[in-house]
Design a protein around this ligand. Structure first.
Ligand SMILES: *Cc1c(COP(=O)(O)O)cnc(C)c1O
Length: 372
């Protein structure tokens, strides 16, 4: 295998929706430690998940996430595999199976729709709101939600990655526990965690590499999973075994820890990260709004995502040209999801302001070249 002399010199600005760009200092530290984790005499890839060295990494990850999110004592972090897709099933298996009352599902885009399909296999479901007739271009107001009193839970997707539609704040869902798929905006801002019963995120969008899914669960909900569930699929098993029910994805957890440290120490915590994310997103949305309709944003203003900026150009030809000319400036992975088309710029925590500005300048130039 050939060696690369200085990969940092050839890295592109990568707008991929996931797996997505990671912070360069995190990659550099992982590279530095890859052959020999300090004190372990071996790579983190080579040590037992029950070794003291790995247990320390796991504890550090939880400690850092707890600090970042100010998690109260009655919330637990667990580390799972199977991605968010498995959570589409695990949530209703644990909380809906055997229930006579329906769970409330709020559908604001493609991922929520898929979660609903899995929930229906486990029990009754009420579609509390669905954005389909408006092509999933917004989140609902609280007044529009048709909630079930005493529902086992209410389910939302905080950020719809494909459509680029995000809840700015949590909807008011009454007494039933709020369950949230935060796969693509977890750690993009501080969270009022006490509003949630369970929040989960596959790591490969905003929180790390593929391979680990983070689940934060309020302790009282752990009681709900039936003993007859397959072991791996019961949240309680993972909690009781400190995420060591089976071998956890050790390397992915190690990277999540490095990212949590980067967010705390280099970035200065989630308030600061949130401010920067707002500035980054504003750059691109302002460019869309300035373009006299040349760039057409998908989401309505109040539902615009800080993480995935989605828009169209006047024709498919211009869209293809936009993507190929951007690539010449090392701005890559801007093609929208195959199900909706258009352009999608994913600007997660790890995308630096420089990358966003480079894209904004390219959008300006491209617009100038093709107007009139
Ligand atoms: C990517 C994504 C998923 C699917 O995640 P997998 O880890 O591939 O299962 C689910 N929900 C949202 C919001 C996503 O962005």
């Amino acid at each position: 295998m050939a060696t690369v002399s200085d990969p940092s010199q050839t890295r592109f600005f990568n707008f991929s929706a996931g797996p997505a760009t990671l912070p360069l200092p995190v990659l550099q530290r992982a590279q530095q430690e890859l052959l020999n984790l300090p004190g372990a005499g071996a790579s983190v890839l080579e040590i037992s998940h029950r070794s003291r060295d790995f247990v320390e990494i796991l504890e550090s990850t939880t400690r850092n996430l707890t600090e970042l999110l100010s998690l109260p004592d009655n919330y637990k972090v667990i580390y799972l595999q199977g991605g968010s897709r498995l959570q589409f099933s695990m949530v209703p298996m644990n909380f809906l199976r055997g229930s006579e009352k329906p769970a409330d599902y709020v559908t604001t885009g493609s991922w929520g729709k898929k979660a609903l399909v899995e929930a229906k296999k486990e029990g009754p479901v009420n579609l509390a709101w669905d954005g389909k007739s408006e092509k999933y271009n917004r989140v609902p107001t609280d007044a529009e939600l048709q909630l079930t009193p005493g529902a086992p839970y209410t389910y939302i997707t905080s950020n719809e990655t494909i459509e680029g539609v995000q809840f700015a704040t949590e909807p008011a869902t009454g007494d039933s526990p709020l369950v949230c798929d935060a796969s693509s905006d977890f750690l993009c801002r501080p969270l009022p965690i006490e509003k949630y019963g369970l929040i989960y995120a596959c790591a490969q969008k905003n929180a790390g590499p593929a391979g680990v899914t983070l689940v934060i669960i309020r302790e009282d909900l752990l009681e709900r999973g039936a003993d007859t569930l397959p072991g791996y699929l019961n949240y309680r098993q993972h909690f009781e075994n400190d995420s060591m029910f089976n071998t956890p994805p050790t390397f992915a957890i190690y990277l999540v820890d490095l990212i949590a440290q980067w967010l705390l120490k280099d970035m200065g915590g989630l308030e600061k990260v949130y401010e920067l994310n707002q500035k980054k997103a504003a750059c691109l949305y302002e460019e869309i709004d300035r373009s006299d309709g040349f760039y057409q944003g998908h989401a309505i203003d109040s539902s615009r995502s800080l993480m995935n900026v989605t828009f169209r150009l006047p024709s498919d030809e211009l869209q293809s040209q936009f993507i190929s000319e951007a690539a010449k400036r090392n701005l890559v992975s801007l093609k929208g999801h195959r199900s909706v088309g258009g352009i999608r710029a994913s600007i997660y925590n790890a995308m630096p302001m420089e990358g966003v500005i480079a894209l904004q300048e390219f959008m300006q130039d491209f617009h100038e070249q093709h107007s009139s």
